[in-house]
Design a protein around this ligand. Structure first.
Ligand code: GTP
Length: 298
């Protein structure tokens, strides 16, 4: 199954940077070297075996935008599963950006009326009052979207993101989650697995991006809300360190006085992280459980 994901927005808003961070595991510091995208760059990313993301990174210079909206209109906007539109929070050209955005939304309604729409107010690290700025932008964008769509609107989800913190992972994890056809079933199976392991929580990550695919039902304990994204970032940094010393990353085990954790391959395309607070549970038993559950999740 293939899902077309359109990544659009003004030139310099940060589209290629986020793609490079999420899908090529490059650090944020390297993004300053990226050149402008010429026309559309297409990428295929395999997710969970049979789900393939067909990512269209659409260069945002005016000449390209004009062509997407005219001569290439049907090619660009047909068969779209998700539109991700990126706005630079610091832009001086919001008026123009919004005009293009509205036209893109119209194109989408015309050719892919069922597509989901996600808006990223990006480079939030540059905003002075982050919360207030985000709320204002979110309200504006929602109003603009309603203008195009009328009352029977497709829901538009707005995220504030930055490549310098976990907000970008959170947004992309939510986006990817909506693309997974059996997400609810996965969560149910993870919850059963968590119970079998006496685990506090079980999390399923996609193998190359380490985006969160699904989790067991969240425990009642008061846990850090950014834990998934921070774990993704730490593991990705650790994987990079492994590749620098030419070692391949396979699995991870931690036994601390407060908790233990096992991160292991579950299927060809996923890693599972099990967090246990019960000191009586051995990590070797957890790994055995993972091995036995593999077939069920493939
Ligand atoms: P086109 O390819 O021309 O459409 O542009 P683009 O949207 O792909 O922009 P690109 O990813 O090339 O990013 C432009 C610049 O923004 C780069 O110098 C990035 O380092 C910078 N950038 C990207 N994301 C962020 C962010 O979250 N915060 C800050 N401060 N800078 C960012």
């Amino acid at each position: 199954m293939k899902k077309k994901v359109l990544l659009m927005g003004a030139s310099g808003s940060g589209k290629t940077s986020m793609r490079s961070l999420i899908f090529s595991n490059n650090p944020a510091s390297l993004t300053t070297r990226l050149g402008a995208t010429i026309d559309v760059e297409q990428n295929h990313v395999r997710f969970l075996g049979d789900l393939i993301l067909n990512l269209w990174d659409c260069g945002g210079q005016d000449a390209f935008m004009d062509s997407y909206l005219t001569t290439q209109r049907s090619t660009i906007f047909q068969h779209v599963g998700v539109l991700i539109y990126v706005f630079d929070v610091e832009t001086n050209e919001m008026h123009k950006d919004l005009e293009y955005y509205r036209d893109c939304l119209e194109g989408l309604r015309q050719y892919s009326p069922d597509a989901a729409v996600f808006l990223l107010v990006h480079k939030m690290d540059l905003a002075r009052d982050r919360d207030a700025t985000f709320e204002k932008k979110k309200k504006d964008l929602q109003e603009q979207s309603d203008k195009v769509q009328g009352p029977a609107a497709i829901p538009v989800t707005v995220f504030g993101t930055s490549i310098y913190d976990e907000s970008l992972y959170r947004a992309w994890s939510s986006i990817v989650h909506t693309l997974i056809p059996n997400a609810a079933v996965l969560s149910k199976h993870l919850t059963i697995f968590a119970e079998a392991c006496s685990a506090t929580e079980v999390i399923l990550f996609e193998r190359t991006t380490f985006l969160v695919i699904a989790t067991s039902s969240p425990p009642s304990a008061n846990l850090e809300p950014t834990r998934y994204e921070r774990t993704s970032e730490l593991i990705k940094a650790f994987k990079r360190s492994c590749s620098r010393v030419r070692e391949e990353f396979h699995a991870l085990e931690m036994e601390l006085p407060q908790f233990s954790a096992v991160l292991d391959e579950l299927t060809k395309n996923t890693y599972i992280l099990i967090i246990v607070h019960d000191p009586a549970v051995e990590t070797a038993a957890l790994r055995l459980n993972v091995r036995m559950a593999r077939r069920k999740f493939e």
